[in-house]
Design a protein around this ligand. Sequence first.
Ligand code: LFR
Length: 470
Amino acid sequence: MPAIHTAAIDLGATSGRVIVGTYNEGRLDLREVHRFPNQFHTIRERCYWDVPGLYTRIRQGLLLAAEAEPELASCGVDTWAVDSVLLDADGRLVFPAHAYRDERTRPYVDALAKDGIEKVYEWTGIPNQAINTSLQLQELLVRYPSLPEIAQRCLLLSDYYNFLLSGVPENEISIASSTQLLEVGGNRYSREALGFFGIPRKWFEGPSLAGKRVGPVVAIEALADTQVILVPGHDTACAFDAMPTDPEHTDIYLSSGTWSLVGFESDEPVAGPAALEEYVSNERIGDGRYRPIRNIMGLWLLEQLLPSFRERPQSDEEWAELIRSAESEPAPGELIDVTDPGLFNPESMKEAVDAQLTSRSIRPPDSLSGYTRLICESLGAGHAAAVRTFESLTGKQFDRILIVGGGSRNRLLCQATAERAGIPVVSFSLEGTAVGNIASQLITLGVVRNLATFRAELLEQLDKQTYEPA
Ligand code: LFR
């Protein structure tokens, strides 16, 4: 079979990339053709994404991909979850896309916690989090009750970029599951949840399972023969798909970037009051199965701390140097509480961390390497707690943690996680989200049989590093 070329459009909250994947006889080679920074913009306390700017980058990236590989069979889009756009009957944007770190949903989180979350969790399997699409839409609808007269459709961001490229609006299941509006027991939107939040039923359709051919790229002439494929629209679902799990092991997964997402694949949700109490989020895999996860604040803490330090790392070497010096810092006696809402979107992360520590009579570190050590250890403890939670809720025993994402290159974080969880952490040199995105395209194109085959092939190709607990 000749080599097959596909493009992954992979948008994260802090950077985006377009990656060409070339698959040839069981081997996948990746070429990053475009990378660009991403950030939300705060105007009068409201936070917005630059949705048109990202589309310009996607177009540029696809043109570069087509230049590199004129025979591009397909492309697929994955993005971070929960954020959405509203469209009128002609597909025109009726509202700017808010970013999930906007604090406008706070009163609605508190109200839901007081009254209704037990029911909502029974219907949807998604706990009460300020970022949820449900609360974001509820806030808009309370403020603008006539919105449904104009807005006819809601698309999450990956769905929206698929729509711009192909002209076809789809709601894909993995990203749909992050809305808190999907039925936990089936592949449908929950009438009860939509009714509870006051969201019009017409805003959503489907959802469709991943692995569907949406149509050709009609928006770019040079790509008229390239198919848009509905890959798992949620970046975390793509990252989990890329985990080169080995059937000999019982693995739990950690996708480590801006957020730390700890979870596993399952045929059933992890439901009930204890799961709700532990904030277990029953998100979906592109094929409709479950991906129970716990969502922990992640390396956002470290990224946001950097602007306060002149000696912040600027290159891979400087990062490695920072991690080395953090490793030689003494292990902190006390950790940061990573669930503190004060760390969610503070003006100064350093001041927010210091405020938390001093309120607990703990002296803040005196250097960037001290903070790095403290954050990595605190995240390691959060990861370990999530593993224990899943073990106690399900009766399963996990014997390894597979880690992908930016944090998989952070030795200190991997080692801290292994120590605190008491099981090995296996790190793969892998662009997880882009690889999962491409896997879904290859399976849809019929060149790879299924995910198990893809993972087995990938496992042979990757370098791995194992961090053992002491
Ligand atoms: C990771 C991620 C998480 C989601 C958060 C907000 O990029 O998609 O899974 O909880 O971003 O969308």
